[in-house]
Design a protein around this ligand. Structure first.
Ligand SMILES: CC(C)(COP(=O)(O)OP(=O)(O)OC[C@H]1O[C@@H](n2cnc3c(N)ncnc32)[C@H](O)[C@@H]1OP(=O)(O)O)[C@@H](O)C(=O)NCCC(=O)NCCS
Length: 404
């Protein structure tokens, strides 16, 4: 792939150029380059052919992607590209390099049949212009380990096993496969697990991993780091990095374990699903508190007709929505959304919105009437906004739980 701009050109990087892209990206985040040992592992997180670079003739910007599948409301899994490693050299910013990288990448995704692109944004103001919308939110909460008690009547079953890093690397992918997907969750391809492995192996504070074994085998896992051991007076925090449970019993079992880890004052669970029921597990719900609500994944709907046709809808009256999309104009047009599905139509539109706003509504995170009130949806028929609320509503809040 090659795209020639007036001041630079964009092309797919060869494998032997990935390290330079990694150094550039890390530099853009003010992080030092990987040393040789780190890079040997980090290189395996690069999907061959998945990284593009801008050259003038030096490498001045880069963006990486990998292929996976994303679960949409209703349970269908569709092709997605995870976008990461985006950076432009500090002396070449604000001259359109990112715009060219994003456009090239999205056109490539569209040509390859990718339906969604997902990313985690360093800053909230960057990606909306390319059609990415904040498709899910998450919450970070803390639990006072000394005062929190699980409800005594909470059913207890299963056992928790502590794994060393080698065992975690070998076993966690299999446990993840057994976790039911809610909307917003993705499959984790090999490159994501390799990145995960780097995190497990490279952390200065050791990363611990535990697996919950239920009646039918492994049904949940968590990883955590305990920090604060070198400060006086000690206030030691156990930070949960990753936690998935296939059943409520596995979720309770993991929390029973986490609240029992010795020499810990506070357990913090970061970027969790908005509806995770920690309060309901505790005898005194005030011993858990939300530290912050944050951005979960940003999603770009690359193939609007396919995405709209794939999700399940609530029992609302049909609504015709018009989508505008200057970056991927093939998506532009009107769609009739009904309780039974969605397809293109020539009928007049009651609601008009851009691709980023569609992504915000699509996963049920933002009600169309709230988006309309904020001026993100143009409403021609007030009843349609209400009908769209019912059509796009979801049973569970979207959440990814995978960070890349
Ligand atoms: C964010 C970053 C990639 C932008 O690259 P860039 O080449 O300067 O972006 P462009 O020149 O193509 O800008 C495209 C548009 O985005 C805007 N923009 C880009 N970065 C922005 C930022 N950080 N804040 C606000 N606006 C920004 C530009 O003003 C421009 O707006 P316009 O379309 O109205 O003209 C670059 O600043 C960078 O590497 N930042 C540090 C690393 C980082 O945050 N990476 C993203 C990781 S998710």
């Amino acid at each position: 792939m090659i795209r020639v701009m007036s001041d630079f050109e964009i092309r797919t990087l060869r494998t032997d150029e990935h390290r330079a892209a990694s150094d550039l990206f890390r530099g853009s985040l003010h992080v030092p380059p990987s040393d040789d040992a780190d890079w040997e592992r980090a290189a395996r997180a690069y999907q061959p052919g998945g990284t593009i670079g801008a050259f003038d003739p030096d490498l001045i910007g880069t963006a990486r992607s990998f292929d996976a599948e994303l679960t949409v409301p209703g349970g269908a899994r569709l092709p997605m590209a995870g976008v990461t490693g985006v950076g432009v050299r500090a002396d070449r910013t604000r001259r359109g390099v990112l715009r060219a990288l994003m456009t090239t990448q999205l056109e490539d995704f569209a040509a390859r049949g990718v339906v969604f692109a997902n990313l985690l944004a360093s800053e909230a103001v960057i990606y909306g212009r390319f059609g990415y919308g904040l498709a899910a939110r998450n919450r970070t909460y803390g639990v006072d380990r000394h005062r929190a008690r699980l409800r005594p009547d909470l059913p207890s079953s299963g056992r928790v096993e502590l794994l060393d890093v080698d065992a975690a690397v070998a076993e966690l992918p299999g446990v993840y496969e057994r976790i039911p997907h809610r909307p917003g969750m993705m499959t984790r391809p090999e490159v994501v697990w390799r990145q995960y492995e780097n995190h497990l192996r490279r952390s200065t504070d050791p990363v611990r991993a535990v697996v919950h074994h239920g009646p039918d085998g492994p049904d949940g896992f968590a990883t955590y780091v305990v920090s604060g051991l070198h400060q006086h007076p000690w206030t030691k925090t156990l930070d949960v990095g990753d936690m998935f449970a296939a059943t409520p019993a596995a979720f309770a079992g993991l929390w029973r374990f986490l609240l029992g880890v010795d020499l810990v004052d506070r357990v913090v669970a970061g970027a969790r699903a908005m509806d995770e029921p920690i309060e309901l597990l505790l005898a005194d719900h005030r011993q858990s508190a939300v530290d912050r609500i944050g951005d979960d994944h940003w999603v770009r709907i690359v193939d609007v007709p396919r995405a709209l046709a794939a999700r399940a809808y609530g029992p609302g009256e049909p609504v015709v929505v018009e989508v505008t999309d200057p970056v991927l104009p093939g998506n532009a047009g009107r769609y009739r959304v009904t309780a039974g599905g969605a397809e293109r139509t020539d009928a007049p539109a009651a609601l008009t919105l851009d691709a980023a706003t569609l992504a915000m509504a699509y996963f049920g995170t933002w009600r169309p009437s709230a988006l309309a009130a904020a001026g993100r949806i143009v409403v021609r028929d007030a009843a349609a906004a209400e009908a769209a609320d019912t059509l796009f509503a979801t049973r569970q809040p979207a959440w990814s739980g995978t960070y890349f």
